[in-house]
Ligand binder design. Structure first.
Ligand code: PMV
Length: 314
């Protein structure tokens, strides 16, 4: 048996603007992860087992847009010495997927499953795979169900390092100067990223000059934030999060639930807070000192958070 796992992720700065070429910052969240086990036994077929979603099926019976099937179909021909999945050396293969990452909430659940599937299959067939290749396979799967994602999710999850990401450019990882405590508050409301991205596109189409100005401001915040993370200027980072959140509100991607959590975190002494990911629901993040984090966590629960993850970056 071979296994692999992949972390969740959060976007710290630059969501939505990243779609329009601005930089964004994202970090892996190892407190939650997707895990994949691959085993070969006697028998036939490629079986996918995902108990979390009640799935147990032979690969051939799954539609092209089933994300686990898409990841397996993309990866197997590349990692097998033979591209022929009916080859006699190829015995029954079972691919078991489990995940502790909440779904549709901006934590990269689907992408983490793809990355773990790719890594587990590559390891099982002794195929030495680079992070770039893992990332590009996962991107192809993300495209199946997200349309035209910027690529930030697959990149940060495949590289599993803090990332300064510009669409189409080689990913830049960077060092975090001083550890940061981030609280991730879940509104519990599933958030279809695709809809939020489409709505922002409509705004942009109606007034490109205005929105490109807003996106450029977000990009500037991202560049300052990278510097503040590298140099350990935590208070400054918090202010930049607040500024980024204001611009996301202008893009209409916040929601009442997110606003309550952001306000609750700030009132409890967080240094900054913002929504994270597509918005309209899903998760928000707050920056706090280690000592203050429990109080901020209580405040998030009191403001309606269904779940709070406390993670350390760097
Ligand atoms: O909802 P998430 O965390 O998958 O993030 C989406 C990020 C966007 O910038 C809104 C879209 C994208 O493709 O980058």
């Amino acid at each position: 048996m071979t296994s692999a796992s992949a972390p969740g992720k959060i976007i710290l700065f630059g969501e939505h603007a990243v779609v329009y070429g601005q930089p964004a910052l994202a970090v892996p969240v190892s407190e939650v992860h997707a895990d994949v086990e691959v085993s070969t036994e006697s028998g036939e077929g490629i079986w996918i087992s995902a108990p979390d979603i009640d799935l147990y099926a032979e690969l051939g019976t799954l539609p092209p847009d089933q994300p686990i099937a898409a990841a397996v179909r993309r990866t197997l021909p590349a990692v097998l010495k033979t591209g022929d999945l009916t080859h006699p050396t190829f015995r029954r293969l079972t691919i078991k997927v489990t995940s502790s990452i909440p779904r549709a909430s901006g934590l990269g659940s689907g992408t983490a499953v793809s990355v773990a599937v790719v890594r587990a299959l590559a390891a099982h067939f002794h195929y030495p795979i680079s992070d770039e290749e893992v990332s590009s396979f996962a991107y192809e799967v993300d495209k199946v169900h997200h349309g035209t994602p910027s690529g930030i999710d697959n990149t940060v999850i495949a590289f599993a390092r803090p990332l300064f990401f510009v669409r189409g450019a080689p990913p830049e990882t960077f060092r975090v100067g001083r550890p940061l405590t981030i609280l991730i508050g879940d509104t519990g409301k599933p958030a279809p990223t695709r809809d939020a991205v489409a709505d922002v596109r409509r705004l942009w189409e109606a007034d490109k000059e205005k929105w490109e100005g807003v996106f450029a401001d977000v990009g500037e915040i991202g560049r300052h934030a990278r510097k503040a993370m590298e140099t350990g200027e935590t208070a400054r980072l918090g202010r930049l999060m607040d500024e980024n959140h204001d611009l996301l509100r202008q893009m209409t991607v916040s929601s009442d639930e997110l606003e309550r959590l952001v306000a609750g975190a700030r009132a409890a002494g967080a240094m900054g807070a913002k929504l994270s990911g597509g918005g309209r629901g899903g998760n928000m993040i707050a920056l706090a000192t280690r000592e203050r984090a429990p109080r901020v966590s209580d405040a998030l629960h009191a403001a309606g958070a269904k779940n709070v993850i406390i993670t350390t970056i760097g």
